[in-house]
Design a protein around this ligand. Sequence first.
Ligand code: C2O
Ligand code: CU
Ligand code: CU
Length: 487
Amino acid sequence: MNRRAFLKSAGVGAILTGGGFALAQSGARRLPVIPMTDLTSGIDGRLTLALNPATHDFGNGVVSQTFGINNSYLGPVLRVKQGQTLPVDVVNGIDDVTTLHWHGLHIPGDVDGGPHQEIEPGDTWSPDVPVVQRASMNWFHSHTHGKTAQQTYKGLAGVMLVEDDASLSADLPKTYGVDDFTLVLQDKAFNSAGQMSYALTGEVFEDGFEGDTLVVNGAIAPVVQSVPAGLVRLRILNACNARFLALSMQTGPLSVIASDGGFLASTVEAESILMSPGERYEVLVDMNALETNTLEVNLDGAGGFFANLFGGNQTSAALTLTRNANQGFTGSMPERLANLGPPNREDAVVTRTFELEMDGDADLAALALAWGNYCGDGVMSINGQPMRMDRIDEEVRKGDTEIWRISVDDMLHPFHIHGCSFRILSQQGAPPPAYAQGWKDMVHVEEGWSEVLVRFEHDAPAHAPYMYHCHILEHEDCGMMGQFTVS
Ligand code: C2O
Ligand code: CU
Ligand code: CU
């Protein structure tokens, strides 16, 4: 029996209490609509993103210590347009070195915000961020090597919606906060005083940090939102440190219209979608015929291992939509969305192989104790090498189409590549589900090979390389990451 199988049978989830979850049951809160900064019609001066320590009430009446970006928790929703260049000032007001990475953006390595673009406390990092890609939902988060997990968990994350001419004129709901909502899903732990906590033990370390309370846009779930009749658009980010979430609707299938890197070829109906940390999906909910419908998070859909979590519940209501007397978006469910043919593996001129590994004999309890000061060098690795800031692992030629083959031998990991969108050729040895067949920058890896077809169009020099890594943030911090250049 390997370590993971042992933990499964020992029911490690039982050590987590359902304290926070009980609070969540006492009454549904309103969905917080994250303040949006809409830059699609132009930018005046520079955009300041102030990273600051803050306090935030997740809805249980208790003040928690958090980080925020222009807010008390998380950052604004930035709405930008293809063709713009964003002059950003990232001001580090937290008492620690940090970085801010633009996850999903097709941008050069020196403005990518990875671990090499550290911002000292009190300093400002001022990249000019070019937005060259198609409409897509992206995000930004701390990427400080060894501290990404803690800083992101505490609140250094936000959403960036890229629009383009086609998306702005598309016949889709797009009135923010009315029929178009951005949802940031996270799991949190709260201590007995009701404050958000981040407590790692050796036993849970292997899986990364998992809380027992679902939080939507910084409010403990379930949350409710009144919406007009018509189609409602939900743009969803899984911003958990480590937890996969299986999403479904209480009534009817999910109508999926977009994945990480843009619109799907056509709307895909799915009973449920499995979202790894870092993934984004956009769905439409038809509120013409229904008075109410609920977006649910199913943990059992993500594997029996999760059964003891979320206060012992298998299903947790994330967001309940209730229809009001207004008429909203009157269009119908779209069929065709984008021109997107199937990926052709014959296009590839290079194939690379990445094997993710965890050292089952490592002293994870000791590692968890020292967590934050020490990133567990050698416990986790890719191709036998734990992440090293001063080692370039791969050199990619700009414009080449490549196949990246990824494997692992223990548990489900979400693999991410910077600076690109890719297409999934196979996921865990099988074709990906229909909703994952469009543009992606995340792929699930467990048994069997996961293969992606990818091309890099921007430079990443040796002093500012791109990263590829597991997006379980504790694994990333612990060394399951590598660096590559593009030239
Ligand atoms: Cu969302 Cu390298 O990260
Ligand atoms: Cu990224
Ligand atoms: Cu991992």
